[in-house]
Design a protein around this ligand. Sequence first.
Ligand code: FES
Length: 124
Amino acid sequence: MMTLNTYEAMTEDEVTVWFKAAPVSKFPKNGGACVKYKDKQIAVFNFTRKDEWYACQNLCPHKMEMVLSRGMVGEDGEHPKVACPLHKNTFSLKTGENLNGVLDAIATYPIKIENNFVYLGFSE
Ligand code: FES
């Protein structure tokens, strides 16, 4: 069963596996796409304007729906964020924090680009 515990935020120091997800060209500009890794669905976001990438759980903690990769991305000052497409709760893509309420934070994951491929960092 999918629970929130499936998703735990990680820092780059904790990465033991860099999963080669897909070529950069497969990801929409200034939007999200979903990548599967084992039992996880990870939302990957490409902020083309700043050439920044972010990864977080695809699961929205509000109604436990796998939807965050389809959310609108934006910025709150310097804070990159995603708005859930269902009820518009917003989350920081840096810290995972729910910016407009008191929902649980979402897990964020290390991401890097090498030779035009997107890699996601996991600890198992
Ligand atoms: S399911 Fe995401 S805000 Fe409601």
